[in-house]
Design a protein around this ligand. Sequence first.
Ligand SMILES: Cc1ncc(COP(=O)(O)O)c(C=O)c1O
Length: 355
Amino acid sequence: MPLKAAAHIEAMSAFALANFGGYDRPTLAQNESAFPPSPNAIAAGQDAIARSHLYPDPDWTVLREAIAQAYDVERGRILCGAGSMDLISGTIAAFAGPGDEVLATAYAYNFAASATARANAVYVKVAERDFAVSVDSILAAVTPATRIVFVCNPGNPTSTRIRNAELLRLRAALRGDVLLVIDQAYGEFDDQDPQPVFALVARGDTVVLRSLSKAYGLAGARVGWGLFPPEVAADVRKLQNSNQVTTPSLAMAVAAIEDQAYMRETVARTAAIRDRFAQDLRATGYGVPESWTNFVLIRFADAAAAAAADAALRDAGIIVRGLGGYGLTDCLRATVGPQDMMDRALRILTDQRAG
Ligand SMILES: Cc1ncc(COP(=O)(O)O)c(C=O)c1O
């Protein structure tokens, strides 16, 4: 008898990463930071490597304290993970099982679909409006089987955001037994006050997730965190591998969080490159929604135009992200990279319009 995985695991598709043929060069396909992490984080990580014979603190004590200080949140509500993916996965597995519905918006971060399949639950996609989350569409799609509503704000791959007031309206209208998960991996790029959304966690039915992979430039360190109601946190922790954030990663994360000035400068420099790139693309005739992230969504006339641009960029060694997995075959997503790379990408995209 050949070995067989559990039926729902056999049936699920693997999470699709970008197709770029190697991790040894920069790409515009992965929403990584255009800038390296804070020099303090690099030094702290190097230092911590010498302590690698010891297991890391499974309670992330120092990191939680740093996050609590920097974000003005309660230390006891914080859980950390190996990237926010770890927390997405744990939260969905803990609160949705066979037959339960996880409701997400059409262009919500696709990893939530994988996490739902792993939990053998049902992933339900709700239409967005003008590439932005629509609270009315979400509310109309809630059924008695809905256990989790998963919303990314700002969104990936859309780059758009909705107002905090809309998230508060969503929470107020959802049943109390529906867990609202608000993924704010790009939260540092949004100029809204984060406190009203963080405050939802005190209700007991809402989780807010953050990442150090974007604004802090620590994608390779794999550190995420979230605010959880204590009862929710207790169940999610049962599913987390202990010691999953390594000693060097913890040290880097603490130093990065403590260097808020460097993070803000990274965000400002990224936004400046992004906004010029987006404006130039719009001037050339492309549709580019206003971005609150470290990437832009580029809308082409049709799927053929997007594919031709993708191929022309690849020929020049610039890899962007195709969005067929989201049904957005007429769009490409370009992460903000170093200025010279963006200039080259712009020239190629301009030529595509002309040609
Ligand atoms: C919306 C969103 N959430 C979560 C993640 C995962 O981030 P992390 O690197 O913290 O696992 C990403 C990564 O691209 C993302 O775009």
